[in-house]
Design a protein around this ligand. Sequence first.
Ligand code: ATP
Ligand code: MG
Length: 362
Amino acid sequence: DGSAERPFQIALIPGDGIGKEVAPEGVRVVEAAARRHGIHLRFTEIGWASCDHWRAHGTMMPADWKAQLQGMDALFFGAVGWPADVPDHVSLWGSLLQFRREFDQYVNLRPVRLFDGVPCPLAGRQPGDIDYLIVRENTEGEYTNIGGTMWPGTEREVVLQQSVFSRRGTDRVLKYAFELAASRPRHKLTVATKSNGMAVSMPWWDSRADAMAADYPQIAVDKQHIDILSARFVLQPDRFDVVVASNLFGDILSDLGPASVGTIGIAPSANLNPERSFPSLFEPVHGSAPDIHGKGIANPIAMIWSGAMMLDFLTDGTGAGRAAHDDIVRAIEGVLREGPRTPDLGGRASTSELGRAVAERL
Ligand code: ATP
Ligand code: MG
């Protein structure tokens, strides 16, 4: 519960590449913020879920990885992947996707926010114009391995790919999104759909959203087709507050959104099991970035902000954890506005200079 007697148990999994460089800065800031608010944490550093482990053992993780994570409250994850040695599907399926699936992390949450001091690729946008949350369904929907090829290799060849939407899987992610929208001042929820084109799954998805909307009369619900919704992310981002989407649509939106607010080096994410039956996982949106690895110039803000989300989630979004989260976000705001800046932000500062600058502002 985060008390001195029972600190939150956090598995620190740096992974590969710049994951190993940004992880210590994440820990530095999270520990400083937690200390100020009387939250006790115990980090256990884990070297597997990495391509180093793959090189030594031929697998990304030990066979008993789940047992080794027994009792953990959260996973604080850097980045995984080293495509020069290990194909991306091997590194990803052997680690991160195992966590998401085995720990039933069915909500993928990504805040998208434009900060003062970060150049926006969308002309004329000010901080405050872009500030929304994407909730992606993370376990079912369009991403399945159900399907196959009929008459392969012939002129008649036909390929089928099934989507799977369960009532349980859909309602639980919608519920999370409605609750999130209810907790925010604007009380606004956009539901991504494509009921004009996907004639079975999406009208049903809409009907589940409509049914739930009846329980939340205070929330303005707006169903939008994914095509126009994507266009509005670019043209009218100020329309959005909370956006909920199926696995495929959410995947696309959650790259588009962060790209529209500047560097990928600041975008955080959370893979949540909201019921807390299993640990949730907090990680930067970016990958291991082999191109800048070893230079000490990776921007640690995505990792730090993910750590802030972890503190908020661990304490149920109330009290100490929320305050620690807000302190970290304010410190990030200050550093983005006034520097120092890593090269992706147009400066020359190092990863640790940025991490220390955020910690000092706390
Ligand atoms: P993934 O495989 O995880 O989808 P990727 O390997 O294609 O992602 P990244 O590793 O995220 O991509 O890198 C994409 C680009 O963004 C690279 O040029 C990388 O240097 C840059 N980049 C990523 N993260 C950061 C960061 N924290 N700071 C600065 N630049 C970054
Ligand atoms: Mg990669």
